[in-house]
Write a protein of this length. Sequence first.
Length: 157
Amino acid sequence: MAVDLYGTWKGWAGSTLTLKPDGRAEVTDLDGQEFRFDDGWRMTGTGTWKLSGPGKYKGGNTVGDGSVVHVKVKPSAGDSLDQSRTEHSGSPSAGEAAAPPTANASPLPTAATTRTAPPPAEASWDLGVVKDKAGRLTLFFLTSDPDVRDTYYLSRT
């Protein structure tokens, strides 16, 4: 299944995650997971990724019981409020991946430009791997407080 994950995944307001066959990962403007989303940063940087098969993930029930991609990244030099952040609007434009609709998904903040805090020295994400209604793989993670969570989707570009 790992081979099915190689490549670039696009999310909200221009965020991307690239998973390489050698275990390296690259992110661009990726927002934090769970409570870290509320900190208001977006990260661009490099790191590593690994896949856990169904039933192997031991981090709780936030990504279901299927396969989970664990990504660990450090920001690129100078990744604090770079110019590309101010170029994104809050709505997906033509060619941008829109999140698949789900009953539990809420809209993300109205503008990526409001996410201006510098990123942490390191961040990690646990992304669930699911298939959408058309059978295509989709990655997701949850954002914000558990009582008011949003689902953050990334689709293959």
